[in-house]
Design a binder for this molecule. Structure first.
Ligand code: ATP
Ligand code: MG
Ligand code: FE
Length: 345
C-alpha cells in the first residue's frame, strides 16, 4: 500500500508518499526557520498561517513528482497531535478533506508515534521490543516499545525537554534559532570539561529527567564572563549526554534487557548523543539503531509510516479514523503518562 503523510505540528510543513516496502516515493519539507528566527522561537500563529499557505501547493508538488493521483493512494495519514494546535488543525483538516474526496481512510497519527516508529522505516530488521530514547523539542522520554500502539513509558522529564534545553542554551550563548544544530557545531571547538555543570537527576532512583537546573547553570556560566561560548556549548552537551546515559542505565536495570537501543526525535540528529548511545548499546550487547538525520527531525515520511504500521494491523473492515477526529494539543503515547508530576505529554 501507498500512504500519503502530512506533518504540521510545529514549524515544519511536510508531505510524503511512503510505500509499505519502506520506499519513500516522494517527499517535501518546508522549514519556517526564517519566519520564526526574529522571535528566537516558534510563534504559534505565524506557524499556523505558514502551514495554511504552503500545504496545498506542497501536496500538489509531491503527487506530481511521484506521478500519482489520490487513486494511487491507499490511506491519508496526518499528525493529529500533540503540537501547536493551529498547525495541527491545518494538516488534519486537509487530510480529512482529501480522505473524504477520495473515499480513502483517514489515519489520525500521534506525532510521537511517528517519531517512535521512524527507526523501523529506516531499518527493516528492527523488531519489537526495543528500548527507545525519544528526544525532541517537546519531549524527553524513555519508552519500552513493545509493538505498534504498545508504548510503556519508563522515564520522562519533569521540566524541560532536551531539545528545549539545547535551544535555550543556544539563545543564552548568542546563537540563533534553531539552537540544537548551532550548539553542536560550536561544541566541536570547545572543551567538554572546561565548565563545571550539574547532571540533574544523575544517580537518582526516580526514573526521570530534569534539564531546568542545567539551563540555569548555563545562564550562570554565561553571566560569569569567565568562559568561552564554545566551552559552554561543549560542556552543556556533555552534561546532557551524561544524564541520558545515566537514566538509560536505570531503565535497563529496571526493565531490561532489550535486544536493541533506539533513538528518535530531533536531538537524535546530534552526533555526540549518537556516539554515546552507540557506546552504551555495545556495553549491553544491544543493537543500536538511529535513523538517518532527515528522519530524526520532523518529517512526513514518519507520519505516513506510522499510518502504514497501523493499517497493516487493522481489521479488513477498518474504514479509517472518524472524520470528526479532534486535533489534540496534548496526546501522551502512554496511557499512564498523566500520572507523573509536571510531565506534560
Ligand atoms: P516534539 O516532537 O516533541 O513535538 P518537535 O517536533 O518540535 O517536538 P523535533 O522536530 O523532533 O521536535 O526536534 C526539534 C528539536 O531537536 C529542537 O529542539 C532542536 O534544537 C533539536 N535538534 C535538532 N538537531 C539537533 C542537533 N544536531 N543537536 C541537538 N539538538 C538538535
Ligand atoms: Mg522544527
Ligand atoms: Fe517532532
Amino acid at each position: 500500500p501507498v500512504i500519503l503523510g502530512i506533518e504540521s505540528s510545529c514549524d515544519e510543513t511536510a508531505v510524503a508518499l511512503v510505500r509499505g516496502d519502506r520506499t519513500i516515493i516522494a517527499q517535501a519539507i518546508a522549514s519556517q526557520e526564517a519566519e520564526h528566527a526574529p522571535y528566537g522561537g516558534v510563534v504559534p500563529e505565524i506557524a499556523a498561517r505558514a502551514h495554511a499557505e504552503r500545504l496545498a501547493p506542497m501536496l500538489a508538488k509531491v503527487m506530481a513528482e511521484a506521478g500519482m493521483t489520490l487513486d494511487d493512494v491507499d490511506a491519508i495519514a496526518a499528525t493529529a497531535g500533540p503540537g501547536l494546535i493551529g498547525g495541527v488543525m491545518v494538516g488534519l483538516v486537509s487530510a480529512k478533506a482529501l480522505a473524504m474526496a477520495s473515499d480513502k481512510p483517514l489515519l489520525a497519527i500521534n506525532h510521537l508515534e511517528g517519531h517512535a516508529l521512524s527507526p523501523r522505516l529506516a531499518d527493516a530488521d528492527l523488531a519489537f521490543p526495543y528500548l527507545l530514547l525519544l528526544v525532541s523539542g517537546g519531549h524527553c522520554q524513555i519508552l519500552a516499545v513493545e509493538g505498534v500502539g504498545q508504548y510503556r513509558r519508563l522515564a520522562t522529564t519533569i521540566d524541560d525537554a532536551l531539545g528545549e534545553a539545547f535551544d535555550k542554551t543556544a539563545k543564552l550563548i548568542g546563537l540563533g534559532y534553531p539552537g540544537g544544530p548551532a550548539v553542536e557545531r560550536l561544541a566541536l571547538q570547545g572543551n567538554p570539561t572546561a565548565v563545571p555543570l550539574p547532571r540533574p537527576m544523575k544517580g537518582s532512583a526516580e526514573p526521570h529527567f530534569s534539564f531546568a537546573g542545567l539551563k540555569s547553570a548555563v545562564l550562570r556560566a554565561v553571566d560569569s564572563g569567565k568562559h568561552q561560548p564554545a566551552d559552554i556549548a561543549a560542556s552543556f552537551q556533555q552534561a546532557a549526554v551524561d544524564c541520558l546515559i545515566d537514566r538509560l542505565e536505570l531503565a535497563l536495570a529496571g526493565a531490561g534487557p532489550f535486544p536493541a537501543l533506539v533513538v528518535a526525535g530531533g536531538v537524535a540528529a546530534n552526533q555526540t548523543v549518537r556516539s554515546a548511545l552507540e557506546w552504551l548499546a555495545a556495553k549491553h550487547a544491544m543493537r543500536f539503531v538511529a535513523p538517518p538525520l532527515a528522519l530524526c527531525t520532523d518529517n512526513a515520511a514518519m507520519i505516513a509510516w506510522a499510518g502504514y504500521e497501523r493499517l497493516a494491523l487493522a481489521s479488513s473492515d477498518f474504514a479509517g479514523d472518524p472524520l470528526d477526529f479532534v486535533a489534540r494539543p496534548r496526546w501522551p503515547l502512554d496511557p499512564d503518562a498523566g500520572k507523573v508530576r509536571g510531565a506534560g505529554v
